[in-house]
Every structure is written in C-alpha cells, then in structure tokens.
Design a protein around this ligand. Structure first.
Ligand code: FES
Ligand SMILES: [Fe+2]
Length: 376
C-alpha cells in the first residue's frame, strides 16, 4: 500500500454527480444557544480537543490556560518534561487559579492562598488548623487526559479514549516527511476573538472554494481555488486537502525528505472537532477553537517554522516576520467573512444552502462528525 495515499487529482474525482449530500447546515445550527450547550456536552466533553503547541511551554512551570467547551483548564510543563492538563479551579471554593500564560513553579490561589505544586497537588493550606488534617491531605487538581501528536497538545475529559496517534494514524504519513513535530514555535497568540459560531470558523478553513475570492490581499493569488487538491475521503476524525501553490510561487525547499510533489503543497488539515493546521514546507499555521458563546469564539493560533528552513535560509527572521504579516492579513479576511455568515444566519431560514462538490466535500464530512457526536 502507498504510504502517502494523497493521489487525488485537482478538482476530482468527486463531482456533482457523485451523489453526496450537498446541503449546508441550517442557519440555526450557528445561532441556537441550545445547540451550543449540546455541543459542549456531547463533543467537547467527549472527544480529544486540541489546545495548543508544546513549543509554547518549553520550561518546567511554563503554562497556558484554555477552555474545553466551557471548562477552564491549565496546561503545564512538568519537571520531567511531560505536559499535564488539569482543571483550573481551586479545591477550596472553586476560584479560577491561573490566567493567560506564564511560568509558575507553584500555583497560589488568589482568594485564600491555597498552594499547589506543578502537578496540581495541594501543598499548602493557609490557617490550616481550621481544616480536618486528613481531609486536606493528598488532594490534587482534577486531571484531564493529555496527549501530544506532532507537537500539538490534545486534552480530554475522558480517560478511556484511544491515543491520538492511533486516531490519526492514517494522517501521520502525509505530514511525517515535513518533520512537523520539530517545527519551531515562534508565534503564539492566546486570544484572538472572532464574531462567529465556532463551527463557522472551522468550516471556513476546510474548504478552498473561498481562497481566490476572499483572500485577495494574502494567499489568494499564490494558492488559488482552481489548484485545490483533495486528500482521502471518508475519514471520521480528520480531513486533509491541499491549497496548492502556483508553479511560479513554489516555496523554496530546504527539507531533503520532501518530494517534488510535496514542495508545492499547502496542506489544510482539520483535526475534529476544533483543531486546524495549514502546513507548508517551511512553516505551519495552527488554530484551536474555543466557543465563548454561540456567536463568539476565541481562536488561539500560532506559527511554527521548519527547522530545515530556519537553518537553511540566509535570513530566517525576515521570513518569520513576512509570514506573520501574511497570516494576520488572511485572518482579517477570514474574520470578515465568518462575521458576515453569522449575521446572515440570524435570519433563521429553513432553506439550507448548497455545498460545492468537490470543493466543499469536507464540510459534509465534518457535519456528519458533528451529527454523530450529538447523537452519542
Ligand atoms: S478559593 Fe482558593 S483558597 Fe479559597
Ligand atoms: Fe480562509
């Protein structure tokens, strides 16, 4: 079997005659608060959820805070190099412990100053005589399951899910030659608030139909819609397609493992339910989505760069900055369109829109994932 079965041709072989369900989701799916509540319970509480990159927290005590659905959590680098995820509330009277990102060798609750170590174990109780000694002993912040794939951190409330490497086993061969696990994290933005339902942002990324028309000031000219290529169909937990470069814009390649085919690819990878990665031979742009309300979403994002490119380029810092600027422009372009879809969806029509086959085939697959989870 071909280890890298990315062999579908531009704009094929899925056609309007393939018989796919070409209907978009109903508008209410993006506006109904009851649907968001159900998604938090059946998706964010039940599946692996992507939260960020290990490279953002290199040293023991480095942390960032995030939310899984509604639940506040802490991701912290441990003294042994591992990464741990735990609930971000105090065991006394539930105050949120940490904010934003930083480094803390001890976690001290701002309310009554209970203290925890980096693993979340309760190691200090102020005015201790007021508490039963046996009851405060051995308490630990609630742990979440935590796993890492290609440098991306995933957490889950459930402890019984298959490891993320197993779940994404058929995706791994596509990205392995890029050495994505070694891409160096140079930019991390923990808070980028979008007006729009979280699924709209996800869906915006998993189709290249809009690229030419929306991204006029950024990637549209170099990675046009008509060069989009498709990856495997029918996967239950991810999708991958390529928003490929025009020949005159093929990126410089410093990675000897990449084939000629791969050097022109700009892979767009969707890790259901909320992780997105755009991968190129020299850099990757990633996003994790945190719904704050039915029409407000925080999109933590970052840029990481190929170690081959960083070593091989004459002036890597200029490249790092140039990509950052392009991505900021692309983000503004996407933000405007997602906001427009949210505004349009307020109408509450019962008539679904139409999906393009093949360019929006992964919206259909993602919709099936969401519906499957909501039924479980
Ligand atoms: S709520 Fe944290 S010490 Fe009281
Ligand atoms: Fe876009």
């Amino acid at each position: 079997m071909n280890a890298r079965p990315f062999d579908l041709h531009p704009n094929g072989p899925v056609t309007p005659d393939t018989g796919v369900d070409q209907r978009a989701a109903l508008q209410s799916v993006y506006t109904d608060p009851a649907i968001l509540t159900a998604e938090q319970r059946h998706i964010f509480d039940q599946d692996w959820v992507m939260v960020g990159r290990v490279g953002a927290i290199p040293e023991p005590g480095d942390y960032f805070t995030a939310t899984v659905g509604k639940r506040p959590i802490i991701i912290m680098r441990q003294p042994d190099g591992s990464v741990r995820a735990m609930a971000n509330f105090c065991l006394h009277r539930y105050a949120r412990l940490l904010d934003g990102a930083g480094c803390a060798k001890r976690i001290v609750c701002p309310y009554h100053a209970w203290t925890y170590d980096m693993a979340g174990e309760l190691i200090g109780v102020t005015d201790r005589h007021g508490f039963n000694r046996d009851e405060v002993k051995g308490r630990t912040l609630e742990p979440l399951a935590c796993d890492v794939w290609m440098g991306f951190i995933f957490v889950s409330l459930r402890q019984d899910l298959e490891p993320i490497s197993e779940r994404l086993a058929r995706l791994t061969p596509h990205v392995e030659p890029f050495d994505l696990d070694q891409y160096e994290d140079r930019v991390t933005v923990h808070e980028e608030v979008w007006t729009g339902n979280w699924k709209l942002i996800f869906e915006n990324f998993i189709e290249s139909y809009h690229t030419t028309y929306t991204h006029k000031q950024s990637i549209g000219p170099t990675n046009p819609t008509n060069l989009a290529e498709f990856g495997p169909l029918g996967e239950r937990n991810f999708s991958i397609h390529s928003n490929s470069y025009r020949p005159e814009d093929y990126p410089e390649n410093y990675n000897p493992k990449l084939t000629e085919e791969e050097t022109r690819r700009f892979y767009v990878i969707a890790l259901y339910p909320n992780g997105l990665v755009a991968l190129d031979p020299n850099f990757a742009w990633w996003i994790t989505l945190e719904p704050r309300d039915v029409d407000i979403t925080n999109a933590r994002w970052g840029l990481c760069y190929s170690p081959h490119a960083m070593k091989g380029m004459a002036d890597p810092s200029t490249f790092v900055e140039a990509i950052r600027k392009i991505i900021i422009t692309a983000t503004e372009e996407d933000k405007e369109m997602v906001g427009r879809v949210q505004e349009g969806s307020a109408y509450g029509s019962q008539n679904p829109g139409l999906l393009h086959a093949p360019l929006e085939i992964y919206l259909k697959e993602y919709k099936e994932y969401v519906e499957r989870m909501l039924k479980s």
